[in-house]
Design a protein around this ligand. Structure first.
Ligand code: UDP
Length: 372
């Protein structure tokens, strides 16, 4: 069998691309080196709870086309992300909003909160923020930076806030309203039945091969398709010839507990620097503690998330988009330009960008319509 496309990686980018190809009458083979589809949005049903095996994923978007496209495959529930921060036992609302400011300083009105933040920024003398630390302080002042940002960020990225790009913190909204919704998005939710079912639907009627490593069998796979859509690491594809890009990896410690409620929320961030994990996810709350028939689930499953530096052979989760790595990525990108009729790169790892899921869907759509 010869295919129009070989899609390497059965994650969200690969699934969208292959689905669009199939709808347009093109043939695609999707392969993945893991033993399952869905990449890092993979969910597994354990004890009637959809466990987000590679970390929590909450879908959110402002793009109606993306929302309607995904709703063809699955119904989304009404989950709204409202994480809380635990700083040495003190609980704060996230993202930074009037509840956070009230708990931190006792202020009640937006005006009082603004004044407090402005006063703190003034004291630091920062006018033109140059890194994550300065950017964070310029947004929310020093108290929130010290208690809710510094420890968490340095654990997550394994680097000092001064050494990190400000773009990372710009992902987090700051609101002068009493609104605990983490995302500024028109549409939000989690697929009923989990993400794996959604991806399965997207891949219906498409050939899928699991436990199949493209890089180990390059000659074979290159021969069976006209074009490769590669969603793995671009530096690995080019044998790390300019040196490896840096990524952050994650390790999860999961526990099934015979209690019905461990922490009272799906996501609790540990923002102090001493706790070795960044957050604890209690998966049942992504579906309001209920199984698919609407019954309350009696047990619970929690996952502690431990960030670490990525090494060759481990799972990469986040690109580290500082200037050193972005420049290195451009070198790999230039190589890919020379063979753009044979191979295209997609997703967080192929494009080396800290994408949210909706951007991944948009990028896959963009690529498909650009080359078709
Ligand atoms: N962040 C923080 N404190 C928190 C949560 C997030 O300082 O309690 C910062 C941190 O730098 C993190 C960034 O905000 O890397 C983005 O967080 P987000 O929740 O978007 O990360 P993700 O869910 O993608 O891991």
């Amino acid at each position: 069998m010869h295919y129009d496309y070989l899609v390497v990686g059965a994650g969200l980018f690969g699934a969208v691309f292959a689905n669009l190809a199939k709808n347009a009458g093109k043939s695609a083979l999707v392969i993945d080196k893991r033993s399952h589809i869905a990449g890092n949005i993979y969910t597994r049903n354990i004890e009637n709870i959809n466990v987000h095996v590679y970390g929590a994923h909450i879908f959110h978007t402002n793009n109606r086309d993306v929302w309607e496209y995904l709703n063809r495959f699955v119904v989304f529930n009404r989950y709204t992300n409202s994480p809380i921060a635990n700083f040495n036992g003190e609980i704060y609302s996230l993202p930074f909003n009037m509840y956070t400011f009230n708990k931190m300083w006792g202020v009640v009105t937006p005006e009082q909160a603004r004044l407090k933040i402005e006063e703190q920024i003034k004291k630091t003398g920062i006018v033109d923020p140059k890194n994550l630390e300065e950017q964070a302080i310029s947004l929310v002042g020093t108290d929130i930076y010290e208690k809710l940002i510094k420890g968490y960020t340095e654990k997550q990225w394994g680097r000092e806030c001064k050494m990190l790009p400000s773009s990372i913190i710009k992902r987090l909204p700051v609101r002068f309203t009493y609104d605990n919704n983490y995302f500024n998005a028109l549409y939000q939710g989690i697929p009923v039945g989990g993400y794996t079912g959604m991806v399965e639907k997207m891949l219906t009627g498409i050939d899928v091969e699991l436990n199949a490593d493209y890089l180990d069998n390059r000659d074979y796979y290159d021969r069976i398709a006209d074009m490769v859509i590669f969603t793995g690491q671009i530096d690995a594809y080019y044998n790390y010839q300019f040196g490896p890009l840096e990524y952050r990896s994650l390790r999860f410690e999961n526990e099934i507990m015979k209690i019905s409620n461990y922490q009272g929320n799906a996501v609790v961030n540990y923002t102090d620097k001493e706790t070795p994990y960044t957050r604890i996810i209690e998966h049942k709350w992504f579906n309001f503690g209920k199984d698919e028939s609407g019954h309350d689930i009696l047990k619970t499953i929690i996952s502690k998330e431990f960030p670490s530096e990525w090494k060759v052979g481990e799972e990469p989760f986040y690109p580290v988009n500082n200037s050193r790595n972005n420049e290195l990525f451009l070198k790999y990108k230039a190589l890919s330009e020379c063979e753009k009729d044979r191979v295209q790169f997609g997703g967080r790892l192929g494009m080396y960008k800290y994408f949210d899921m909706d951007s991944v869907v948009m990028e896959a759509m963009k690529l498909f319509y650009r080359i078709n």
